[in-house]
Design a protein around this ligand. Sequence first.
Ligand code: SAH
Ligand code: SF4
Length: 411
Amino acid sequence: MSTEAVAVSAVSEPQQHTPSAPAQAKTVEKVNLLGMSRPQMEKFFEDMGEKKFRAGQVMKWIHQFFVTDFAEMTNISGKLREKLEKICEIKAPEVVHKNYSKDGTRKWVFRVGDGEGSLVETVLIPAEHRSGLRRTLCISSQVGCALDCSFCSTGKQGFQRDLSQAEIIGQLWMANYSYMEEVPVLERERSVTNVVMMGMGEPLLNYDAVLNSMRTMLDDFAYGMSKRRVTLSTSGVVPKIDQMVKDIDVALAISLHAPNDELRNELVPINKKYPLEQLIAACQRYIAKDGNESSRKHVTIEYVMLDGVNDQPEHAQQMIKLLKNLPSKINLIPFNPFPHAPYGRSSRNRIISFQKTLSDAGFVCTIRQTRGDDIDAACGQLVGQVADRTRRAEQWKKKVAAQNEILRSQG
Ligand code: SAH
Ligand code: SF4
């Protein structure tokens, strides 16, 4: 249950008034309905002594008509609306910055938490597809990330906190709303067609909030998205992959980035805990469950191309061996540099020849187009100007300089 839902009992108690004492405006935290999944909201209404079908009605107003004012919920009795207004709110995270690129990419920076709070980012990327226009939203799940992958700017921030359900689903709500602001309520439609949990943070380490948010994405009373169009990306938290397979059916992407343990330990440190053999086995269990379901026919393998580090012909050969028993589609991601990054982007030719080796071996292998470069929204640049709170970038710079010095002195 999200933290927003915890305040119910506190707000439903009658306020005490002591005439002799100076009037103190006690601010009572309202329950934010935005983040609740349907089972959670049904329970909330039942606990209030209301019928649970009210949850479905309210969810439709919130997630399909983008209404935040209870007064506009015309199929709900005036009495209940009044009650809801007193104790609840529908509140998306505050947008502190938005930027819409010429190529259609949109980016929002949200402030989450109290006071100055922390900043998280969400990016929407449009693309023409056989089935029509796709609008894919890249959603963040945490502020920062504890897993410290060496090529990732989010990792450089360190972990700050998990996002709540309202903060996660609020990103999807806001992206849809951005197309609907001027549209009359009853004519509003959802515009985001796909979601990837590929923003800041490791979604499987904020498991409950991410799971409930994905349930809301799939729910016909909310966003009604197809399970093939919601993708969770993980750097490989193996036990949580198994848990997710039990709990929900969505598409899975693995941030592989290296085809052997030695290199992966360096690039994706969680590999030391869950090495490749365990990770590939978990992916196979994901496929094996309901193997005929379309969302589980393959795993997407993400592979960021780092110049001279993981982009050599022998790495492509190792990939072919590693993935030979795993139905997978490989997505090569040109590295997006950020200040003090210790890597460079592989050349176009190298990426293409890496792709050819994999395609010749029978894999579907695509190269991710970098989009939204003009608004600093490309993958891995999500934190942009956000401060490096752990000074890891400084440490990296020193380490790289020291290594260069050693190499120079060795001639
Ligand atoms: N923590 C999850 C999801 C967020 S990262 C995960 O690691 O999968 C989303 C994707 O962006 C991952 O594949 C990640 O490896 C990639 N990425 C991170 N930094 C990048 C960079 N600088 N350039 C390109 N891709 C990057
Ligand atoms: Fe965290 Fe993913 Fe970045 Fe690794 S790549 S540090 S898991 S956000």
